[in-house]
Ligand binder design. Structure first.
Ligand SMILES: Cc1cc2nc3c(=O)[nH]c(=O)nc-3n(C[C@H](O)[C@H](O)[C@H](O)COP(=O)(O)OP(=O)(O)OC[C@H]3O[C@@H](n4cnc5c(N)ncnc54)[C@H](O)[C@@H]3O)c2cc1C
Length: 380
């Protein structure tokens, strides 16, 4: 029986698209569902039941756990790069290292409509496109195939993405290429691209094309008090601390994430990556002298190859305690808990243009909600 993931449980599909890219008959397409997430659809008339799609599925075949060999706190030596990055700017250091060797860097950039797509670059001039987190699920496109083709030509390839995207890449490639640097970022979940599109439409009154700049992690109020900034050519449209912005509150309260994010099988060391990067939120309690509130990254080096690469990066780093470093970072929870109103929220999303009011309404948890949740908990 072919294609278990594709047709059944949405929680078991992270949307990596490895199945689509491996299909020898091109009979799988990625289609948007009513929540705005991409899922594979098969043209059964073309399917030859080779089962390759199931074989490359990282949800059906999760990787076993890797304990980090080294755990570090780190910052890019270039202050400007650090300030324009979400955490300590380690992605840029890895990308510069790869490009300096004539390699190729895969990462996520905005498209013409301010959606997010995975792409590749081969020059430092284009690096800014990937710098900075874009807090929505990105479309992988054909990038696993493209990465494979560069790897087979012998080029050094840096592929960065969420843990599920890296697990998908590794299952797709099958071979452990020595010229691949696989880097996942710590992730507690990715929000709906449909919500993002509707949010932009609301704040721009339909004129999304007028947007000039978006930063999800602007640090003018500090790394901890990061802000969402959206500018048009003429004016500043949004300048909100994350805790006061409706879109960011929905994301950080786990209201708007992809279903698979609530049962992720790739997080916490299951991505099969060489290096994992994220925010080192606990740094002020472990090594306060290293914390400049401009961004400190947590680096988990998972493989010997990762150690060799890390040694060559232009960064300032120090060893830090892994268990203590996990504090304050939701990506280390065993799972992200689905917001109580998620289903209700998405049922209404499709039919409203006032997503800001919808978010504010659905984020509120009443005493009754808590009671129902606990009754449900005790019954099961
Ligand atoms: C949806 C999402 C959730 C996250 N959750 C956490 C978390 O819970 N805890 C934590 O410590 N860190 C989390 N991160 C990672 C964190 O925000 C930083 O991206 C990471 O620490 C790298 O920062 P940097 O300063 O080294 O480089 P930056 O320049 O800030 O990193 C940019 C890197 O992120 C990639 N990227 C950006 N947006 C996307 C996207 N939508 N899809 C795929 N790749 C993308 C770029 O390609 C590039 O590789 C999350 C990131 C995303 C996109």
């Amino acid at each position: 029986m072919a294609v278990v993931i594709v047709t059944k449980n949405k929680k078991k599909c992270n949307g990596c698209g490895a199945c689509k890219q491996i299909c020898p008959r091109q009979c799988i397409s990625m289609e948007e569902d009513s929540e705005g997430f991409l899922y594979p659809q098969i043209d059964n008339k073309k399917c030859i039941h080779c089962n390759l799609c199931d074989k490359v599925c990282s949800e059906l075949h999760p990787f076993s756990i890797q304990e980090p060999l080294i755990c570090l706190a780190a910052k890019n030596n270039d202050t400007k790069i650090k300030l324009n990055s979400s955490s300590g700017g380690i992605f840029s250091a890895l990308a510069e290292f790869t490009l300096s060797k004539g390699g190729i860097v895969f990462g996520a950039r905005f498209d013409d409509n301010w959606g997010v797509v995975m792409d590749y670059i081969d020059t430092k001039d284009d690096l800014w496109k990937f710098r900075g987190s874009k807090y929505l699920k990105c479309d992988i496109g054909q990038t696993y195939l493209q990465a494979k083709s560069f790897l087979e030509k012998g080029l050094l390839v840096l592929y960065t993405g969420s843990s599920c995207q890296i697990a998908g890449l590794k299952r797709f490639l099958k071979i452990d290429y020595t010229n691949l640097i696989a880097v996942d970022y710590l992730c507690h979940g990715a929000p709906s691209p449909l919500l993002w599109k509707k949010y932009l439409n609301q704040i721009m009154h339909g004129n999304i094309s007028k947007i000039k700049e978006i930063s999800f992690r602007n640090k003018k109020r500090g790394w901890r008090n990061f802000s969402l900034i959206i500018n048009s050519e003429q004016e500043n449209i949004i300048d909100d601390i994350f805790s006061e912005n409706a879109y960011m509150k929905a994301f950080l309260s786990d209201l708007s994430l992809r279903p698979s994010c609530y049962s992720c099988s790739a997080r916490n060391g299951h991505a099969s990556s060489d290096i994992t990067i994220g925010d080192h939120w606990a740094i002020n309690t472990i090594n306060p002298e290293f914390d400049d509130d401009m961004g400190v990254s947590l680096i988990l080096v998972n493989t010997i190859k990762g150690i060799e690469i890390f040694k060559q990066l232009n960064i300032n780093s120090l060893k830090t305690d892994f268990q203590l470093s996990k504090k304050w970072n939701g990506a280390f929870y065993p799972q992200t808990e689905e917001h109580l109103h998620r289903k209700r929220f998405f049922k209404q999303l499709l039919n409203t243009n006032d997503v800001i009011s919808l978010i504010e309404k659905e984020l509120k948890i009443s005493f009754w909600d808590h009671l129902v949740k606990h009754l449900f908990f005790f019954k099961h």
